[in-house]
Design a protein around this ligand. Sequence first.
Ligand code: ZN
Length: 387
Amino acid sequence: MGERLTPREILDKLVGFPTVSRDSNLPLIEWVDDYLTSHGIEAHRHYDETNEKAALFAHVGPLEEGGVVLSGHTDVVPVDGQPWGTDPFSVVEKDGKLFGRGTCDMKGFDALAIWALVEGHYSDLKRPLQLALSYDEEIGCLGAPPMIRAMQPIVPKASAVIVGEPSMMQAVTGHKGGFGYHLHVQGFEVHSSILHTGVNAILYGAKIIEWVNEMNAANMAAEPGEIAAMFDPPFTTLHVGTIKGGTAHNITAKDCWFGVDFRVVPGDDVEDWRKRFLAKVAEVEALMQAVVPETKIALEERFQLPGLVPEENGEAESIVRRLTGDNASHVVSYGTEGGQFQEGGYSAVICGPGDIAQAHQPNEYLTVAQFEAGQGFMARLLDLLQG
Ligand SMILES: [Zn+2]
């Protein structure tokens, strides 16, 4: 029988693996697998197509349906260019805070979930407890859908999923969905003195970006619907986060690349927004092709994420409310894997330690108080599953 580690010891281990989304997460997954195996818990892996990343899931308690899944992601955002005061890949405790990349988002919860699974294995559970650790969450929640599909034939289907994104241990029942595209505007180069014969990819791209500004202004001005009113901001937002293009000040740019992301408030139709966006792209492309027919705008869909829809009498929500005593309604504006679990037929809720404001920041931290609150939550969950 392996050594039973404390949540804090598990957290130290997890943060020590620099599982930035662009890199492999296998060393972390292997460690978790070995740790669970040392306690006699069978862990299942599901690899991505590169074989450099894997999700891991495991089940303890009676081999039957109706359990609770603790869901976390193993990847973290990069630290490049961020001014860190400590080594981001080791946990440093100072002034009641645990500093380190991922302590808040979301290896703190992962550590608590792994701890709870091992505790559950040694308890007399009447209902199963499951662990589900994904990859590639931070680059558009790409890893959870294949993991969810892989889990279903292997472990008995649970009835509730707790996604431990930082929520200050409150029950979050809704978030926006969204989608994002990469655009490559392919123009036609001429000397800028005769720009009317060229197609400047930057200037045509700017027409789409200006449309983004117009949509944001119109959405902001509109009266929010009942569900939308729960959100801050209470409307769908469009965003351009990166752009590059052009080679010289006096050449009409041949290329311009940028991304457009949509965060769609529940109540708005994701497919409707997609149609409007594609229509705008087609309109601008037609303007370009009227000048030089071989120009175009190439599109690549980067991600698509369903929103988390507040459930009526949802089981996951009712479990979390019972364990936290939190009866208020909370929704958030960030995306999670919760909507993907809902699409997979699970009741899902978000509840995890830490404040999303600390996620992705330099000197990211989780307070010791939140980590302990999370451990208390897990202990009450284990009691509930033994009841
Ligand atoms: Zn996260």
